[in-house]
Design a protein around this ligand. Structure first.
Ligand SMILES: Cc1cc2nc3c(=O)[nH]c(=O)nc-3n(C[C@H](O)[C@H](O)[C@H](O)COP(=O)(O)OP(=O)(O)OC[C@H]3O[C@@H](n4cnc5c(N)ncnc54)[C@H](O)[C@@H]3O)c2cc1C
Ligand code: SF4
Length: 458
């Protein structure tokens, strides 16, 4: 896609806005039908097993081929309540498309794009795909309205539960609404999924932070069950001098600022340095390019071989002209007399013996200090956890990773369940939208199974 860049010319806010349009073009009707007709409709299809939400992929593709787009969208959204977002944000090469048998012969079926085609039809035709179940008298509070919380809410409402979502932000959808770059996932797609859930009678109390606007006791005592789906928190501090300078940003806040207009024009032509080399760091860097920055660098203390970003994300950043500085460790943020960032002091590193993660440990090279000029520094070195809130709920955790029973999603308090990024780590799933969606769905079924068991006992 053509990017509007600043090169000795002024760039308007309209040009910047165009930079944030969805990059991947949608399939046309004919392209979608032709692609659907390439599917072999495998028996025991490996793509279904590779999809964390087990969408019946051959079935939804067959429905596209026969022109039944509503039926197709229903198959997708039945298995995955945020299937329209996942169509755009899933790392399909690693999941469904990576498992397609056609990888050996030609190219895999474009499962993500076909999923987007069918769900786009539902969005454009304003279809409400599911209905609430008959009320069963049970109440559930869901803390956090991201993909994990929404998915649990959607399934519980269909099973007859009265569900209330407590969401700290002004809109639900979590990182789908505020954290994933607009040029992959426009906000309106996520908000359509929120609407699908609200239309089932789920109450979404936005601008309501649990622990601040409503107490943990009210939540725990006021409902039959609680689902904790709060995700993860801010990027941690770098722990270096000068971090309080004006012009130091958190990568997640940085991406969020580009999700809602108007776009900030103060970075046009500026020099931006991103610290980190994961997928979030790439997002921060590619958003910076789209905000008109003249020079965007990423610094990472290890090498290309150890970076955690997906290969396609890395390629994408390179195409955007982002420069990578490997074996580079920031040691100080330099600021001018007004306290504004003016540079990043770094040292060169070399790799030593492997550490506990199995990756070779970077070691500073003595006397190798150098400075990179910068107008802004973006921190993208992971995310912290909501440890205080987890402890207020009295739940067992490991550094903020809530411990759960992997079969039931119950925490150390059997009345409270946990899903999504709040349980990610220690081998408990992945930090992906599709994983949170699946865990939300399974948690709803687990809550319902327990209710059925109680009825039988009574
Ligand atoms: C920049 C970035 C890019 C990403 N890109 C991708 C991608 O391309 N593909 C992919 O699959 N995954 C991606 N991810 C990961 C993915 O977004 C998460 O794994 C997923 O959103 C987790 O869902 P969740 O529901 O657990 O948490 P979240 O989406 O974080 O939602 C949690 C919700 O809880 C709310 N909340 C928190 N505390 C409280 C409280 N005390 N009271 C009430 N509400 C509260 C928050 O406001 C938020 O809405 C990305 C993550 C980031 C940070
Ligand atoms: S939800 Fe994700 S992994 Fe599953 S079929 Fe869709 S794109 Fe593939």
């Amino acid at each position: 896609m053509h990017l509007n860049r600043v090169k000795n010319k002024k760039i308007s806010v309209e040009d910047l806005t165009l930079n944030f349009r969805e990059i991947e073009p949608a399939l046309t009707e004919t392209e979608a039908i032709n692609e659907s007709n390439r599917c072999l409709y495998c028996y025991d299809a490996p793509c279904i097993k590779a999809c964390p939400t087990s969408i019946n992929i051959p079935s939804f593709i067959k429905k596209i081929a026969s022109g039944n787009l509503k039926g197709s969208a229903k198959v997708i959204m039945e298995a995955n309540p945020v299937g329209a977002s996942c169509a755009r944000v899933c790392p399909t090469e690693e999941l469904c498309e990576g498992a397609c048998v056609l990888n050996d012969a030609s190219l895999p079926i474009m499962i993500g794009n076909l999923q987007r085609h069918a769900t786009n039809w539902a969005i454009q035709n304003n279809e409400q795909l599911f209905e609430a179940g008959e009320a069963n008298g049970q109440t559930v509070a869901i803390v956090g309205g991201g993909p994990g919380g929404l998915s649990a809410a959607r399934e519980l409402a269909r099973l007859g539960y009265q569900v209330t979502i407590f969401e700290a932000k002004e809109k639900a959808g979590g990182l789908d609404t505020f954290g994933i770059v607009s040029f992959r996932l426009p906000q309106e797609v996520s908000l359509w999924e929120v609407e699908q859930v609200e239309n089932l009678g789920v109450e979404i109390r936005t601008n309501t932070m649990v622990g601040r606007d409503i107490s943990v006791e009210e939540i725990v005592n006021g409902y039959d069950k609680v689902v904790l789906a709060i995700g993860m928190s801010k990027v941690p501090m770098l722990g270096i001098e000068g971090e309080d300078a004006d012009g130091v940003y958190d990568a997640i806040d940085w991406v969020e600022s580009t999700k809602t207009p108007p776009l900030d024009q103060q970075f046009i032509g500026k020099k931006i340095v991103v610290v980190g080399a994961g997928n979030t760091a790439i997002d921060a860097a590619t958003c910076s390019v789209r905000l008109g920055a003249g020079d965007v660098k990423m610094v990472y203390r290890r090498t290309e071989a150890e970076m955690t970003a997906y290969e396609f994300e890395y390629e994408f950043a390179k195409q955007d002209g982002v420069e990578f500085r490997w074996l580079t460790q920031p040691v100080k943020i330099l600021k001018d007399a007004q306290g504004k960032v003016e540079g990043l002091q770094c040292v060169r590193m070399e790799l030593g013996e492997p550490d506990e993660s199995g990756r070779r440990r970077p070691v500073a090279v003595e006397g190798s200090e150098f400075t990179i000029e910068a107008d802004a520094v973006i921190k993208a070195i992971g995310q912290t956890r909501y440890v205080n809130l987890i402890e207020e709920f009295g739940l067992e955790h490991n550094w903020g990773i809530v411990k759960i029973n992997m079969d039931t999603y119950q925490t150390s308090n059997p009345k409270i369940y946990a899903v999504g990024d709040v349980i990610f780590g220690d081998g408990q799933g992945d930090a992906m939208v599709v994983t949170a969606a699946n865990q939300g769905k399974l948690t709803a079924h687990s809550i319902h199974q327990e209710f059925i068991n109680q009825q039988v006992t009574v």
